[in-house]
Design a protein around this ligand. Structure first.
Ligand code: ATP
Ligand code: MG
Length: 394
């Protein structure tokens, strides 16, 4: 069956009541954007708490459902038959023809679930259930009705101007439309965790940009390209994002030459956070996002996280903080970042790691070590922020 339209059911409505239209409009604009990537012309419209996507030309069903499956805010994608013919006898014929086309194998059980959004429709729902069920049984004697656990739940929704007939429901990604919940800056490395972290926060409706710290010549162009690739994959869900590429080499060298080696990673991470916060401030970001997870490495013990967090004044979202590695890997496989994340390119953190990094740093000691940098590092930070490269991804 070639469906002509889709009913989009949305997930949580973050902003109920008067602001609900903002949520719906954002969702519609993301749906339109997602559909631009597939062949065909579509009309997207809202009507009394419903969002409809109608194909105006030929299209590829798999491409469309895949594109819609990446739009945050969508709970269900229901391919449907929509008809303006509301006469009940004609409706019976349409329902029968729907079942004929959608289900090749007729040995199935079904149940009709009719609803009248238009209470003036002359046939009550209960009678619609019975009569439409009877029409289907007459047409396909192999089918059986099962009101408890039907193979097919056939929904027939009578609305004011149209009738929607559907029985297939494809799960959407859930969440809220991007942009309905502010903006944040993702610290994106080439690893497995940070792309997942960005995906998770974007899923809650937050628009994201990203920052990547690279250290040429210690990290290669390939390592940077890998991060651009990851940002582009996350952007398929979050929408296009700016990737700020910060040259971190001088800062890293300065820390390396000046501070105790076992504290290198923590101090480096504190500078990453400081710079990220500066960029967030400049670009309207209200929070930072990292892929940190408790205990994963020395720089992610609770003490280390506290020491890193010490320099931040805006909120830091760490959505995978309590996830096991495998749980993060599972999400990265699902969203398609895993294969890129495991490409073996060097990371700027790994190049300057000490043999025995502190695992329980004291904030006081770290602050003291950082005093050694005073007078030298401020200008380097200014330069790094000012000379960053911005790459549009997605
Ligand atoms: P990931 O898989 O995200 O790389 P990781 O387990 O390698 O995480 P770390 O290298 O300790 O962990 O980094 C922790 C977090 O710090 C990352 O999730 C990321 O948010 C941020 N980060 C680390 N390195 C960089 C970098 N070079 N550029 C931008 N952010 C970084
Ligand atoms: Mg990393």
């Amino acid at each position: 069956m070639k469906y002509q339209s889709f009913l989009i059911k949305y997930a949580e409505i973050g902003t109920k009541g008067k602001n609900r239209f903002l949520f719906e409009d954002a969702l519609i604009s993301h749906i339109c954007h997602a559909l631009k990537r597939v062949d065909g012309k579509f009309e997207v419209r809202k009507e009394a708490g419903r969002i409809y996507v109608s194909a105006l030309t030929d299209y590829d069903y798999d491409d469309v459902t895949e594109a819609l499956g990446k739009v945050f805010g969508i709970a269900w994608i229901c391919p449907m038959l929509q008809t303006e013919e509301r006469d009940f006898d004609r409706l019976k014929e349409t329902v029968v023809s729907y079942m004929a086309h959608v289900y090749g194998d007729k040995s199935l059980t079904f149940k009709v679930a009719a609803r009248r959004a238009d209470k003036n429709y002359p046939v009550p729902s209960e009678q619609m259930n019975r009569d439409l069920g009877e029409a289907v049984l007459l047409a396909f004697p192999q089918m059986r009705v099962d009101v408890h656990e039907p193979d097919v739940l056939l929904r027939v929704e009578v609305r004011h101007t149209v009738v929607n007939i559907y029985s297939e429901m494809i799960a959407g990604p859930g969440g809220m439309p991007v942009g309905t919940n502010g903006k944040a800056l993702l610290l994106l490395s080439g690893g497995i965790d940070s792309p997942v972290a960005g995906y998770m926060v974007a899923k809650r409706g937050v628009k994201i940009d990203a920052v990547y710290f690279h250290a040429p010549p210690y990290t290669s162009e390939r390592a940077k390209q890998k991060v651009v690739d990851l940002a582009s994959i996350v952007a398929r869900y979050s929408g296009p994002m700016d990737l700020h590429v910060v040259n971190f080499t001088d800062i890293q060298m300065c820390i390396y030459e000046t501070c105790p080696h076992e504290e290198l990673t923590i101090i480096m991470r504190r500078y990453m956070m400081r710079i990220a916060e500066r960029i967030a401030e400049e670009t309207g970001g209200m929070a930072l996002i990292t892929g940190e997870s408790i205990g994963q490495v020395a720089s992610q013990t609770v003490q280390s996280l506290a020491a890193t967090n010490d320099v931040c004044s805006i909120p830091v979202f760490r959505p995978v903080i309590a996830f096991d590695k495998q749980e993060i890997v599972d999400i990265s496989l699902k969203i398609g970042t895993y294969d890129t994340s495991i490409q073996p390119y060097e990371d700027c953190c790994t190049i300057f790691v000490a043999k025995h990094p502190v695992t329980k740093p004291s904030v006081k000691a770290i602050r003291k070590s950082e005093e050694l940098l005073r007078g030298k590092i401020e200008e380097m930070v200014e330069t790094a922020v000012a000379r960053r490269e911005v790459i549009r991804c997605g």
